[in-house]
Structure formats: structure tokens, C-alpha cells
Design a protein around this ligand. Sequence first.
Ligand SMILES: [Zn+2]
Length: 180
Amino acid sequence: MQLYKELNIIEDKKLYNTINLFSLVVLIVAAGIVVMAQLIMFGEFHLSFTISNYLWIIGIFLVSLPIHELFHGIFFRYFSKSGKKVKYGFSKGMLYASNPGEVYTKRQFVIIILAPFILNSTLFLLLSMSGLESTVLWSVFVLHTAGCAGDFWYIYEIIKNPAITHCEDTPVGVKFFVEN
Ligand SMILES: [Zn+2]
């Protein structure tokens, strides 16, 4: 196996800025999808930003962040061959789950990366049946989806470089490998 490409989100300022900009694009696209979905489902677009809704949005969003990392961690662990403990932590203003040193197949890595987006979005959908205002859950969905921009960037790299066969999460980003 041979190193094909390495991404360092922390030290590569250009990549860091690109992903931040991409996050903004994801936010706008997600918000657009939400508006369209509301129009299609209900024939009208309704938003209600009361103080209580703001607090619910912030609260649920904050709770969703460690759950997001936990979902990464569960799948890091599930596919791990070494059985090493997955690391959780807080660095550079961000929570993380990581399993450095462990190389995963592309398919496993894609699942690890996308699991939090899919599972948290499902949780938001389930929560929307709890009687919370739809504005709260749409907003949290949009914020969380924008927060997944880094994850989506990895997927973009994997799709853009079909030669990649294996991936490793590193403390600063990701390493992509090709099979010799
Ligand atoms: Zn993530």
C-alpha cells in the first residue's frame, strides 16, 4: 500500500479556508432544500424564530455534536481490526473522534464518515414527531449539515480520486492510500 494523498485541515490554511467556504455553501444549499421540501410538503413556507425556539435550536445543536462524534467513533470501532480504543477529544474548537494508525478500506471509511450525517438527520426527523416546532428541527438540520462540510469534503476527495483504496484518519486530517 502506498500513500496517495494526505489532507491536513489544521495546518493547510488554504484547505482550511476552502472547507469553511464549502461549509457556507452547504448551509445555503441545505437551507434551500429545506424551503423546497416545506413548499412541496405543506404548500407554504413557515418559520417562527421565538426566543424559546432559538434556545431549543442551540440546545439540540450542541447536544448533536458529541452524538455526531460518537457515531463516527462507533463505526471506527466496529470496522477496527486492531481493536484499539477510539480517541475522543476537543481540539482547535472542535470535538473529534479519531482512530489514528488504523487503515480502513474505502467502503468502511465512507460509512464511518457519513454515519453521523445520516443518523443525526434521522434523529432530527424522529424528534420532529415530538411536538417541537418544525422551525427548530429544520434549523438544527441545516446547522448540523453545514457542520458536516469537513466530512463531505473527504467524500468529495474519495469520489474525485477513484484510485484511492484505503483511508486513515490522522490527528490533523486524513491519509488516502492506493494498493500497489
Ligand atoms: Zn463528522
